[in-house]
Design a protein. Structure first.
Ligand code: GCB
Length: 611
């Protein structure tokens, strides 16, 4: 799905701003035609979650209505006009001038509907969107499961550890395109010796035969090729001699423009390859490590709403630590975020919202699988052209029913959900590979989860909490157990391992000697211990700390003030002690994404670190 753009053939009108808003707990809105206007409306920001804009609806997760009035420029007449919602969590329905135009399920991916015939050109148009975010067992992610959670019970009753923010989270845009327009573009890059190639497939909205062209500008270019559309589809390949490759150290982007008689669409292209060999991930044929964070879209007041200054700041802070990578835990992030990653040279593990999947019976599993497949299809369609995206992740911590959450162990024998889960996950991994054979595929495993769920993965991604949920306070034993487990997993799979989560809740400002759990010193030691172990193991292809910043979770005895405090930065982005440890390991190493020379080198635990 192409990102809307303004150029000489296309138009775009961003409806971000203050909208009218009203909650609808009794579901009266449709019958009472709230889509025409909202009585007793209150103002709300779009994009933005509703929960943190008003205290009385903090925990409200049911139906709500948004209304906005807008003119559409007359100059758009004769074009086809669409409404596009970047993200509405979880179920969104769009109305234009009183007509229901369509609905979309799934909270973190864009959807669009054509509205040309519904528009008024000489008066204001009424755009209404209803959004509903009930926690339901068969949704992805799920909530309100009947499973007993004991001390892990939370309010709201999610199966996941982040606040279920609701609302319109990304911009609502009206855009116009010519009658015959470029509906999709797929770019695949390759490198063969000193030559790079860019293969472009373009698809029109109609199965016509026509001519077009592609132009690639940047280093050792411009290059041009003809597109001969047959049945609305055309492909062309450009060979770029001695291309400037895209990487985390030099995120060089070419500009590709696809033109047809009536339309034009431009996008940034990074020429790069990604592969694995033994225990190593290869970017452009060179070994590299993916160091960084698990993150969330989360901030005060905006909730999960797109927050551009925060986005820029977070990239700056990630760079400051020396990180070159992150995972979009636990759902797709905004398109603006992916564009930043391309530009700033971050290697992204792109994840669908399949967090804490359970496989308790065939029926629920089938419903969830359909939803996961839809989200995977939509994610690949949206993000397939981003050089930053190097891996698709189809699940975070899927769990067998027999997993004991207190000990993080499971008894595989006699648990039917183990086999059910295996089939489910393999279906998704194969689908990801089929949709995009040019990237790596993975899923993220839970501590104690079945090993053979990872069989189809290119990279083994492990979340481990040695020294926090297991062996908390016993750092030496925890670090030793980590080392042993890593070796076991490596000898089983012989594939690169990324630790996609490891972390310790930490109260900023709490100190201790000896360092005890929750102090900044404990977190710093914990991170150092983990990075030391990883540095000694060649097959560890990346370390992603949980978490970049403290974030809103649900209320429970596990979460102080409803917050997950494992951030390296506080929620307002102040560094904790551990941030400096990351800098020692990542920012000051010669091969780090951002190199910086500070102090003289010292040898620590097998690696040479600057002071
Ligand atoms: C996990 C989950 C993550 C949680 C984290 C924690 O394993 O993947 O969503 O936030 O643990 O802090 O407990």
């Amino acid at each position: 799905m192409l990102f809307p753009q303004q150029n000489d053939r296309r138009n775009k009108l961003d409806l971000s701003g203050i909208w009218d808003f009203r909650i609808d707990p009794e579901h009266l809105g449709e019958g009472d035609q709230w889509f025409n206007s909202l009585a007793d409306a209150r103002p709300i920001a779009v994009p933005g979650s509703w929960n943190d804009q008003y205290a009385d609806i903090f925990n409200y997760l049911d139906l709500a209505w948004y209304v906005k009035r807008t003119y559409v420029p007359r100059s758009w007449q004769g074009q086809r006009v669409f409404i596009r919602v970047g993200s509405a969590n979880y179920y969104g329905t769009v109305y234009v001038n009183g007509t229901r135009v369509g609905s979309h399920e799934g909270g973190h991916l864009p959807f669009a509907f054509e509205i040309t015939s519904l528009l008024k050109w000489d008066a204001e148009n009424v755009v209404a969107i209803s959004v509903e975010n009930e926690l339901k067992p068969t949704r992805v992610p799920a909530g309100n499961m009947s499973t007993a959670l004991g001390p892990f019970a939370s309010f709201p009753r999610t199966t996941f550890d982040f606040f279920p923010f609701a609302g319109i989270h990304r911009p609502v845009v009206l855009y116009s395109v010519p009658q015959t327009y470029i509906e999709d573009v797929t770019v695949v890059t390759d490198i063969d010796g000193v030559e790079g190639s860019v293969t472009v497939t373009a698809r029109l909205n109609e199965p016509v035969a026509t001519q077009g062209s592609i132009t690639l500008s940047g280093a050792n270019s411009p290059l041009q090729a003809t597109l001969s559309f047959n049945q609305g589809v055309a492909e062309a390949k450009l060979n770029v001699l001695a291309p400037r490759l895209w990487s985390d150290k030099d995120p060089y982007l070419y500009e590709l423009t696809v033109s047809t008689e009536s339309d034009r669409f431009s996008l940034s292209v990074g020429i790069r390859t990604i592969a694995v060999e033994g225990g190593t991930i290869l970017l452009n044929g060179q070994p590299m490590k993916m160091n960084g964070f698990g993150r969330h879209e989360d901030f005060i007041a905006s909730g999960k709403g797109l927050n551009l200054p925060l986005l820029v700041k977070d990239y700056q802070l990630m760079r400051w630590t020396g990180a070159n990578s992150y995972r979009t835990s636990h759902y797709p992030y905004s398109e603006e975020e992916m564009q930043m990653a391309d530009r700033e040279g971050f290697l992204v593990i792109d994840e669908i919202p399949a967090v804490s999947l359970q496989f308790e019976n065939d029926e629920n599993a089938a419903t969830r699988l359909r939803m996961c497949q839809q989200q995977l299809d939509e994610l690949v369609a949206r993000d397939k052209n981003h050089p930053s995206v190097v891996m698709w992740c189809v699940a975070n911590e899927p769990m067998p029913s027999s997993l004991n959450l207190e000990t993080l162990t499971a008894s595989a024998s006699g648990d039917p959900s183990v086999q059910r889960g295996k089939q489910f996950l393999e279906t998704l991994l194969r689908r990801a590979r089929e949709l995009d054979p040019t990237r790596l595929v993975t899923l993220v495993t839970v501590m104690g989860g079945p090993q053979d769920w990872m069989q189809e993965c290119d990279v083994i991604c492990m979340n481990r909490y040695w020294g926090w949920y297991v062996l908390g306070g016993e750092m030496d034993k925890a670090i030793a157990s980590l080392g042993q487990e890593l070796d076991q997993v490596w000898s089983l799979w012989r594939k690169p391992i990324i630790m996609t989560e490891f972390g310790a809740d930490t109260m900023p400002g709490l100190h201790g000697q000896p360092p005890v759990m929750w102090t900044e010193e404990y977190q710093a030691d914990y991170i150092r211990g983990h990075l030391d172990v990883a540095a000694r193991k060649e097959y560890v292809a990346g370390m992603q700390v949980w978490h970049f910043a403290d974030f809103a979770a649900v209320q429970s005895i596990m979460r102080i003030g409803g917050m997950n405090m494992k951030g390296i930065f506080t929620r307002t982005r102040t560094p904790k002690l551990a941030a400096h440890v990351l800098r020692e390991f990542w920012a000051k190493r010669p091969d780090a994404a951002q190199t910086e020379t500070v102090g003289e080198a010292v040898a620590v635990g097998g690696v040479t670190l600057p002071r």
